[in-house]
Design a protein around this ligand. Structure first.
Ligand code: GTP
Ligand code: MG
Length: 306
């Protein structure tokens, strides 16, 4: 298939062309620039919802419940499941596959798993390209699930229009989130597993913690705290309404600003990729001079860039 045939079929919403286009941009293969340009020129702007939270908090179950809800209303959905290919969360991807399986035969749902950059689960430039290809395919909604370890939850907030933080009762999850500064990235907070004891307390704690944050302007967004029981489809409408409310709050100007933030993130990711390749290819002599102290890291960097 030539690049232009592929793009024609992609525009015609052929699912095989979508899969092909995604593989192309994920591998930075020949023709990927053309595909990417076509995807980004598309007029569609589906909401991009990032879902993050501790391992096992119920992110995949929640996304699956949201899909069921949206499909019932006739909306199409794509999911980008970012798999941190690290040993300590190695089981995630299999679990995701199994949980999303009930949507498997539905052509209105597309699930794509993609490896993340390194053990910290950060998003790579290629992941963002895949996201653009999904956006251009005119899905009504796009969800990105990342495991909330290290870099990924900060990354997701820079990339998504709406960041949903999934918390659970017990384990001091709410307080933990507050301390770690994770609450600041959340546009919507979901207290999932509300069937477990302590859910109402976590909700109260989160709301109280929000109240402690000073210097709020009149236009500031207070992330709604929504209770849910994802495995039973409970509270899902509330989560969707909170996302919709945040979209309305952002408005055109806010969404525009988020797109620019994403572009900046993508540029940084691309530069980091390039820097990594430069360092990998650095001569032994340069490394030796740096190690001996003949050269500062800054000077060595300048030399590499030349
Ligand atoms: N009791 C209870 N269990 C739930 C609820 N939602 C999800 N679970 C269960 O929690 C477990 C983890 O759910 P997942 O959806 O895989 O969680 P996750 O956050 O995607 O996990 P990772 O991707 O591995 O980080 C599963 O056994 C779910 O069935 C809930 O509302 N209540
Ligand atoms: Mg999961």
């Amino acid at each position: 298939m030539t690049a232009s045939t592929l793009i024609d079929r992609y525009h015609a919403r052929d699912p095989r062309a979508l899969a092909r286009a995604l593989t192309l941009v994920e591998n930075d293969a020949a023709g990927s620039a053309d595909v990417l340009r076509a995807a980004r020129a598309a007029p569609h702007r589906p909401p991009v919802v990032g879902v993050t939270g501790s391992p096992g908090s119920g992110k995949s179950t929640l996304v699956s419940a949201l899909i069921a809800h949206l499909r019932a209303a006739g909306d199409t959905v794509a999911v980008l499941a970012v798999d941190p290919s690290s040993p300590f969360s190695g089981g995630a991807i299999l679990g995701d596959r199994i949980r999303m399986l009930r949507h498997h035969a539905d052509p209105g749902v597309y699930v794509r798993s993609i490896a993340s950059r390194g053990a910290l689960g950060g998003l790579s430039a290629r992941t963002l390209q895949a996201l653009s290809v999904l956006e251009g395919f005119a899905f009504d909604w796009i969800f990105i699930e990342t495991v909330g370890v290290g870099q990924s939850e900060v990354d997701i907030a820079a990339v998504a229009d709406h960041t949903v933080l999934v918390l659970t009762p017990g384990g001091g999850d709410g307080v933990q989130a507050f301390k770690a500064g994770i609450m600041e990235i959340a546009d919507v907070m979901v207290v999932n597993k509300s069937d477990l004891p302590g859910a109402d307390r976590v909700v109260r704690e989160l709301r109280a913690a929000q109240g402690l944050v000073t210097s709020h302007g009149p236009d500031d967004w207070f992330a709604p705290v929504v209770k849910a029981r994802a495995d039973q489809q409970e509270g899902i409408e509330g989560v969707l309404n909170a996302i919709r409310a945040h979209r309305a709050h952002l408005g055109e100007a806010g969404l525009h600003a988020r797109r620019h933030e994403r572009a900046r993130f993508e540029l940084r990711a691309a530069l980091q990729d390039r820097a990594g390749r430069l360092v990998a290819g650095a001569g032994a002599d340069l490394i030796d001079r740096l190690a001996r102290g003949d050269l500062s890291a800054d000077q060595a960097a300048a030399e590499l860039l030349q």
